[in-house]
Design a protein around this ligand. Structure first.
Ligand code: RTP
Ligand code: MG
Length: 139
C-alpha cells in the first residue's frame, strides 16, 4: 500500500532564481501539507551520501557539485499517494520533456539544473526524510 509521505528538495538553481515562494505555492495548491522543512546548504559529503545510489553514473560528480553550489529547501510532504502524485506535479527529469504546468516545466532550465527533487518510491521517501529530519522536526 502507498504511504502518504514524500521528500523534496528545491534545488540551488530554483533558489538562486527566486522561485522558492512560487514552488511552495504550487506544492500547497497541489494538495500537499508541509510536515517538515529546512533551508540549508549541503556539504559535498552530505550530498554525496544522499546521492550514493547514483555513484557509478557518469553525472554523479556534476550532480554533487551542483547540489552543493548554493542553499536548498528540504521538506517532507504529506498527501494521499504522495510519491506518485508529487512526481506528476514536478514533471519529467529533463524539463524539455516535462508537461506544461509542471514545476520543472515552469522553473527548470536543464536536466542538471532541474529545480526540484521528488522521492521515487515509498521506501526512498522514508529513507530520505530520515536523512534530513529527526522526529522532533516533523509536525
Ligand atoms: P530527482 O532524484 O532529482 O528527483 O530526479 P529524478 O528522480 O527525476 O532523476 P534521477 O534519475 O534520480 O537523477 C537524479 C538527478 O541527476 C541528474 N541526472 N542527470 N545527465 C543525465 O542523464 C542525468 N540523469 C539524471 C538530474 O539532475 C536528476 O534530477
Ligand atoms: Mg531520483
Amino acid at each position: 500500500m502507498a504511504t502518504n509521505r514524500t521528500f523534496t528538495m528545491i534545488k540551488p538553481d530554483a533558489v538562486a532564481n527566486g522561485h522558492i515562494g512560487a514552488i511552495l505555492n504550487d506544492i500547497i495548491a497541489g494538495g500537499f501539507k508541509i510536515i517538515a522543512m529546512k533551508y540549508i546548504q549541503l556539504s559535498k559529503e552530505t550530498a554525496g551520501a544522499f546521492y550514493a545510489v547514483h555513484k557509478e553514473r557518469p553525472f554523479y560528480g556534476e550532480l554533487v557539485d551542483f547540489m552543493t553550489s548554493g542553499p536548498i529547501v528540504a521538506a517532507i510532504l504529506e498527501k494521499d499517494n504522495a510519491v506518485e502524485d508529487f512526481r506528476t506535479l514536478i514533471g519529467a527529469t529533463d524539463p524539455s520533456k516535462a508537461e506544461a504546468g509542471t514545476i520543472r516545466n515552469k522553473y527548470a532550465k536543464s536536466i542538471d539544473a532541474n529545480a526540484i527533487h521528488g522521492s521515487d518510491s515509498d521506501e526512498n521517501a522514508a529513507i530520505e526524510g530520515s536523512f534530513f529530519f529527526s522526529h522532533f522536526e516533523r509536525f
